[in-house]
Design a protein around this ligand. Sequence first.
Ligand SMILES: [Zn+2]
Ligand SMILES: [Zn+2]
Length: 497
Amino acid sequence: MIYSVALPSTVHKSAINHLLREGGQEDLCFALWYSSSGKTRTTALVQRLILPLDEERRVHGNASFTAAYFERALGEAIRAKAGLAFMHSHPARGWQGMSHDDIVAEQGHAAAVKAATGLPFVGLTAGTDEAWSARFWEKIAPRTYECRWCDSVRVIGDKLAFTLHPDLARLPVFRPELERTISAWGVEIQSYLANMTVGVVGAGSVGNIVAEALARMGVGHIRLLDFDRVELLNLDRLLFATKEDALRKRPKVDVLADALRHSATAGQFSVEPLEWSIVEEEGFRAALDCDVLFSCVDRPLPRFVLNFIAYAHLIPVIDGGIRIRVNPKTTKLRHADWRAHTVMPSRPCLECLEQYDPGLVSVERDGYLDDPSYIAGLPETHSLKHNENVFGFSLSVASFEVLQFLSLIVAPSGLSNPGAQMYHFVTSTLDKDELEECKPTCLFPSYIAMGDAAPIKVTGRHAVAENARAEQRVTTASQGWFVSLWKWVCSLVQKMK
Ligand SMILES: [Zn+2]
Ligand SMILES: [Zn+2]
């Protein structure tokens, strides 16, 4: 299991204000956290601070807390059904190790925290450069707790800030293929990219181009999610798909993964093609292992789930979409507009940006959007009735999405937020959405950092995905049967010779 910690930037700022004191004085506080359980990664999402009252801690070079403060914080954690974290600062820069006193303080309270909350005690240390280091205290035997260091600590809000464990931050071996890329933004950014896991949800036209760009720029780990197969009518816009892939009805994620293995430039590259929908539990958990997600899906339900992940699980989601309007009489292009935006705490969500209709989320869950008679009953202007698309337009949307990603990671001159962008093909103009935060009635800000404890369940069964996988098993089995038959005929012919 991989461990990680994530903080919303608002919590990070309050913690840093409290912990980094004048004159290098160390300080401390407790905080509450909720878990985000991915397929291979457990993340502690720090949701709020429990700051000390004056008499609850002693500050004398090293800082220490009173039993009363620990008990008050533990009480708050029990009431909130949260885990307890302990934060303190060191007068040095970068990822911090632990002093003997640190180990005694954290290990000595691990049993009480585990007994009261059911969750491991989490320790965080802030350096003077606002870099965090973190660990989980796991029970390995009765009354025995051991430190499990996190791979990374992420701060999510204005930008995406990483601190990597020193073993990971040691600069990976970069191949000469990346020389020009590294010379553009330096080895530190390249080391983030090499250690990152990026999820591409939807392996359609935009998803293919985005994934190719990520692999070329040196992203180390890519996860692809899509249950769909290649068909002939996809060939006008699927970057890597061939006629043979369409005739064999190959899964889109397999075709894309094969191509990425050839184009990847990272020294150690891995790609995982997963035939799940983000709406299914397995797909959802696989997405929670990612540091950034690309939403390359157009249906309301998967977009709703991705929107939820961005706030509840603190994973930035980069989304985009194309809308094309054709004059029905002349069949000539009237409008083509596309958008790209990054959703996460401190920025407006997909629902507030009107990128899906919340009313259609439950309609889709009930299977109506896959029912041709339901779609036929919708007004002619409804977006679900339109699936026009052109490779050149997908190329531009993918490019805007990749630029959103780079602003988030590289933050050139400290600028990490290009805003929600809208491009109008007919007039060749680029606009920005004026909305800067979620609307007051929006529920998503209330889910920030709640992770697995958020009060809604977003996953369930997905009949179309289940059928697609079942059909694939039959196709693969029958292909296997034909191959064996063919081999048997060939061997028979050999013998007769
Ligand atoms: Zn310390
Ligand atoms: Zn919102």
